[in-house]
Design a protein around this ligand. Structure first.
Ligand SMILES: Nc1ncnc2c1ncn2[C@@H]1O[C@H](COP(=O)(O)OP(=O)(O)OP(=O)(O)O)[C@@H](O)[C@H]1O
Ligand SMILES: [Mg+2]
Length: 386
């Protein structure tokens, strides 16, 4: 058994290889007893471990207890199938936090089905696709999307089954059930005569998502995330930050699901019903977070001639869809009521744009434009806050 240890900030990664059994356990125990004083996160990389005995299991539990005492965490990474099976058989899967070693995948010869901003979708077989993230997408984001997709499915969201995480060179991917259908964007483009009826379906679908209260706390709270984005955004002054956060904290905590990128390019028309994909930003919060992003894409990007590029829905149709969508979602309000609704939508739209600014979505040109959008979306007095 070999240990290879690296420490970065308060995170120690230990790569283990060989057999974690009676001879090797004391080595791990020595590390636990003497080297963890300032460590908050211990990662044991099990990629090279081919056997674990009961003595080895006890050493892992000891490491877990030690990290608990230090108010830190223990994670096991790259756990191979036989060892994951052992954790399950012994019941330790209920107390250990571990990630399985991703299966390796080659995309040679696979058919490219579609391309998004974060990755590409390849057909594996008649039932399965892989969403392969570009190499700039962090592994943690891929894992997060898979977990959110899985929990959304359990909560009753119509979404494809998510299977394993795979690796392809330095890219990560998720295997999904293949939905043999057009995106809602494509469907609208092909069936413009059905636009009114399709918008009604789209509204009903969004309201369905917006009424689900998940029973797990895996979905982050959108208001908390949003306050974090406001804090991290360097071009706001302190009073502007306080203004935004005060208003965010007034948000009714409904605890219902939001997707946060609920445009027609992320919905698929499966038979007569709709199915949601691209679940990486799911959270709980008010529907206004979703409505803000839907307006951004269907109204604002369409105005810039960019909606087709981002979602596959033509710009003129997108504008029509948005007008009908907002009217239907709010039961056909009069123009005064609609103005109040749109002001609120614009507030949440601005918040999503802060997030997109921070992650540089759309590249440098979009980034410099986005700062101007954000001020335009907020009430006039906001810019004057000094
Ligand atoms: N399960 C699936 N079955 C069939 N096609 C899929 C599936 N998942 C994704 N796709 C196709 O791949 C495209 C891109 O997927 P997705 O929206 O998840 O990627 P993304 O890179 O995160 O996109 P975005 O540009 O919205 O950030 C979709 O528009 C769809 O055409
Ligand atoms: Mg998408």
């Amino acid at each position: 058994m070999k240990l290879d240890t690296t420490v970065e900030n308060a995170c120690m990664t230990v790569r283990l290889s060989g057999r974690l059994a009676v001879d090797a356990a004391p080595v791990l125990e020595e590390l636990i007893d003497h080297q963890l004083a300032n460590i908050k996160e211990l990662i044991l990389d099990f990629g090279g471990v081919d056997y674990v005995s009961s003595v080895g299991l006890r050493a892992i539990l000891k490491a877990q207890q030690k990290m608990k005492d230090l108010h830190g965490s223990l994670q096991l990474k790259n756990v191979t199938k036989p060892i994951a099976d052992l954790f399950e058989m012994t019941g330790l899967d209920r107390i250990l936090h571990f990630e399985r070693k991703p299966r390796t995948l080659s995309i040679d010869g696979l058919e490219l089905i579609a391309k998004g901003a974060n990755g590409e979708c390849y057909k594996i077989d008649e039932e399965t696709v892989v969403k392969l993230y570009f190499d700039f997408v962090k592994e943690a984001s891929a894992l997060k999307e898979k977990e959110l997709a899985k929990q959304a499915f359990v909560a009753g969201v119509p979404t494809p089954i998510s299977f394993d995480v795979v690796e392809c060179g330095n890219r990560r991917g998720i295997l999904y059930e293949m939905i043999k259908a057009d995106t809602l964007s494509k469907y609208i483009e092909k069936n413009v005569d059905r636009l009114d009826a399709v918008v009604e379906m789209y509204v009903t679908f969004c309201k369905q998502i917006h009424s689900i209260v998940p029973t797990t706390n895996i979905f982050p709270d959108a208001v908390t995330l949003a306050c974090g984005y406001v804090d991290a955004c360097e071009f706001f002054n302190d009073r502007q930050r306080a203004f935004l956060k005060d208003r965010l904290l007034l948000t009714q905590r409904q605890g219902t699901l939001i997707h946060w990128d609920l445009h027609p390019g992320n919905i698929m028309m499966q038979g007569d019903s709709l199915c949601l994909i691209d679940m990486g930003d799911m959270a709980v919060g008010t529907p206004y977070f979703d409505l803000g992003q839907i307006k951004q894409v269907l109204h604002y990007y369409a105005g810039l001639g960019l909606c087709y590029k981002f979602t596959g829905l033509g710009d003129a149709n997108a504008m029509r869809v948005w007008e009908k969508f907002v009217a239907s979602y709010f039961d056909h309000p009069d123009s005064e009521a609609l103005a109040v609704i749109e002001e609120n939508i614009d507030f949440y739209r601005a918040i999503k744009n802060v997030f997109l600014y921070l992650c540089n979505s759309g590249g440098e040109t979009m980034r410099s434009r986005r700062k101007d959008f954000i001020f335009q979306m907020l009430p006039k007095e906001f810019a004057q806050l000094k």
